[in-house]
Write a protein that binds this ligand. Structure first.
Ligand code: SF4
Ligand code: SF4
Length: 266
């Protein structure tokens, strides 16, 4: 069984994977795998961008997203007449002829990976470039994989991929995705600690986040900055200590990363 491995720690957000997908599929049908993708409105490979935190403590994450070729695919369950099927290699495909008029296939995907083609009256999505895998082509991997120059996306036999420490998107859906991610962003709390009396930043302050989810520590650097990284979504008490002074603040990472800005320790 094949799988995709997407290493977000290496992605630079150049969108070449997305462009390669467009180049492969726009105005070009690969029947019986797929009708042509329209030039606008569809992104079978889509690079999402997230800006996290608050200035000046901000991080940007790029995340290539696509059909997850789920083992337990809701789109397959919603399709009539076998219009969605899973191949022996694990790729989930929509049969363009059988899927005509079946909007419920698009509506069933919890990842919103399926698009509707109004002109052809069909649902469409990533095919894993099955036409390249099956055919006698100079490229024998999905086009997004071939287009990425920093090897963020790997496609191959699951047993041969290093999936240690990887995660899938929304495992709670129970869909068993076959697209695995390394480096999915976790929450952070950051800030700059300063001494208002001395009008100086403080280097070496101990910062501790405690809560039901555990305890995390960091130390302020020569800019007075601290970064508590890889935090679970939770409520925290953040305590800052230095030179006999101590300050605690309540911070939540349930819905977003937190850039606390300048924090006076007095
Ligand atoms: Fe179907 Fe959506 Fe899963 Fe792809 S990600 S297999 S379209 S349910
Ligand atoms: Fe990221 Fe590679 Fe896609 Fe560029 S081509 S956005 S580096 S996955």
């Amino acid at each position: 069984m094949k799988a995709f491995l997407i290493d977000l720690t290496k992605c630079v957000g150049c969108h070449d994977c997305q462009i390669g997908c467009k180049d492969e599929h726009c105005d070009q049908a690969w029947m019986p795998y797929a009708e042509a993708q329209p030039e606008v409105g569809q992104f079978w490979m889509k690079v999402k961008q997230f800006e996290r935190g608050h200035a000046p403590h901000v991080k940007v994450t790029y995340m290539p997203t696509m059909c997850n070729h789920c083992e337990n695919a809701p789109c397959e369950a919603a399709a009539k007449n076998g219009a969605v099927y899973r191949r022996e290699d694990g790729l989930v495909l929509i049969d363009p002829a059988k899927a005509k008029g079946q909007r419920e296939i698009m509506d069933a995907c919890p990842y919103h990976a399926i698009y509707w083609n109004d002109a052809l009256n069909i649902p469409q999505k990533c095919t894993g470039c099955a036409h390249l895998l099956d055919g006698d082509h100079p490229i024998s991997v999905p086009r997004c994989v071939d287009n990425c120059h920093v090897d963020v996306i790997t496609f191959g036999e699951e047993a041969e991929l290093d999936l240690e420490g990887t995660e899938v998107l929304h495992p709670e859906y129970g869909t068993k995705p076959r697209v695995f991610y390394r480096g999915l962003p976790k929450k952070f709390i950051a800030g700059t600690v300063f001494d208002p009396d001395a009008e100086e930043i403080i280097e070496g302050a101990l910062v501790t986040a405690t809560g039901d989810a555990g305890t995390f520590t960091a130390t302020t650097d020569s800019w007075g900055d601290f970064w508590l990284r890889d935090l679970p979504d939770a409520e925290w008490t953040v305590t800052i200590e230095h030179g006999g002074k101590k300050k605690s603040v309540a911070v939540s990472t349930v819905s977003e990363d937190q850039g606390l800005g300048d924090v006076a320790l007095c």
